[in-house]
Design a protein. Structure first.
Length: 465
């Protein structure tokens, strides 16, 4: 008779568990208690104990010092200093090759989709450490509010970032990041210190970039890295990237003008095909579809075609329609009233939920005169349930929701332009111009694109050449 596998008796199991736990405790780790965080090194040596609680008077004084120094233009001076050729002598003298490489790997983790927040946080920490070396840059939350999470020796990095770092990085075009900065997401706002054991998922940042960042933070806190030299090196690299982008953008714009001059026959079909070809070279097709739709309406607006209102500036990437009160990715407003709204949909998902949300907004906003719909690329998929919901919206609110492919929508815009006496060539050239200039960040008032567009215009240049 098979009596099953033999298991060790309970005392033996417990002994093994105790042994394993002891071995784990001998490794570097972070211990979390109700009111304390304990960073432990090899062999169980305690490296740091951080108390959770209301911000101490010493931390408040450090925060005040940071504010005063930044208000006096410290960061502006460092940004401008980083443009000087003499900075290379400082960074090469004070930073080892390994340290410079680690910083370069952090900056190279930026993609056209994400990773910029990591660089923003690094700049913020280097600024803090340069001004106030005694401030622990791993403790990113500090408050005198008893109801808010806080470390006694922490500071509010979110406020410093939003008030001092992000605005200047954006102003100098050194880092194209959302105006709300890195703390608009939870990735950097978890209630854990920035140690080597910080587990939050940092969207878009390459794993190596995140690891190098945590190592740099560790080196800064252990006095192994010169904060001011590292700050200047990061800013020097950002200036270098900015100059390279501007040179590429100008080359693309010049090539576009040559392409236009050499195009005897310029049709909407040809421009649509070129833009689609550009989509296919990118990993962010959905965002480029939004830019293309907005660019065609820009062209119509500039050709004095009546859109029924003013074209709203292009919304930032991943802006939730519900959160921001808008109906579509691209909108035309008459006063505060949305009169035209289009949502871009790449590789069409099931639209049922989106249409339910649209119906709710129409009901809440009491909208009755609205041209709205979804523009699909590459093809349209038919769902009977979706068609039924569209019919219900028209019956209840008198609003016709359209579902069009990109080609169908472009044709409808051409018909609207013809009524105003605009030729197909004029519209086609205006569209491609608006698309190209938007990606080259020459239309920040109409298309305030925050993503790095270097790869986008690099691929567009290859098509135009």
């Amino acid at each position: 008779m098979n009596e099953g596998p033999e298991f060790p008796e309970m005392p033996e199991v417990q002994r093994r568990a105790d042994t394993d736990a002891e071995e784990l405790r001998s490794q570097s780790h972070l211990e979390v208690y109700e009111k304390y965080f304990v960073l432990t090194g090899q062999a169980g040596r305690v490296a740091n104990i951080w108390a959770q609680g209301k911000q101490s008077k010493e931390a408040q004084a450090r925060y005040k010092k940071l504010q005063e120094t930044l208000n006096n233009g410290f960061f502006i001076r460092k940004i401008e200093e980083a443009q000087s050729p003499e900075v290379s002598l400082i960074t090469e003298t004070k930073l080892s090759t390994k340290q410079r490489k680690a910083i370069e790997e952090i900056l190279s983790s930026v993609t056209d989709q994400a990773g910029r927040a990591l660089v923003d946080i690094l700049v913020l920490q280097l600024v803090i450490k340069t001004i106030c070396p005694e401030q622990d840059i791993r403790l990113h939350k500090g408050s005198s509010n008893n109801n808010a999470f806080s470390w006694a020796e922490g500071i509010s990095m979110r406020l410093l970032d939003g008030n001092y770092i992000v605005p200047l990085l954006r102003h100098y075009d050194l880092l194209r990041i959302n105006k709300d900065g890195a703390y608009m997401t939870r990735s950097f706002a978890e209630n854990y210190p920035y140690t080597l054991f910080y587990k939050a998922e940092i969207r878009g940042a390459k794993r190596q970039g995140k690891q190098r960042w945590l190592e740099v933070v560790d080196d800064l806190e252990n006095g192994k890295l010169d904060a001011e030299a590292a700050l200047l090196y990061v800013l020097q690299l950002l200036w270098s990237y900015s100059d390279a982008f501007n040179a590429l953008a100008q080359k693309t714009l010049d090539t576009f003008e040559t392409w236009i001059q050499n195009s005897d026959s310029l049709s909407l079909a040809r421009v649509t095909g070129l833009i689609k070809q550009h989509f296919e070279k990118s990993e962010t097709k959905a965002r480029l579809l939004e830019v293309a739709i907005h660019a065609l309406l820009q062209a119509q607006d500039e050709l004095v075609i009546d859109l029924g209102g003013r074209l709203k500036p292009l919304m930032p990437m991943r802006t939730g329609n519900k959160k921001h009160g808008n109906i579509g990715d691209v909108e035309v407003l008459a006063g505060d009233l949305i009169v035209e709204a289009w949502d871009a949909k790449y590789d069409q998902p099931y639209l049922g939920d989106a249409i339910d949300e649209l119906a709710e907004k129409i009901r809440l906003l009491h909208i009755s005169d609205l041209q709205s719909g979804y523009i699909l690329y590459p093809i349209r998929k038919v769902y009977l349930e979706v068609e039924r919901k569209i019919d219900e919206i028209e019956e209840e609110f008198g609003v016709k929701v359209r579902i069009l492919t990109l080609d169908e929508w472009v044709h409808e815009q051409f018909l609207r332009s013809q009524i105003a006496g605009i030729t197909e060539r004029e519209l086609a050239e205006g569209w491609l111009r608006a698309y190209t200039e938007s990606l080259c960040l020459r239309r920040r008032d109409k298309a305030p694109i925050d993503e790095p567009t270097f790869i986008w215009i690099e691929s567009l240049l290859s098509i135009l050449t």
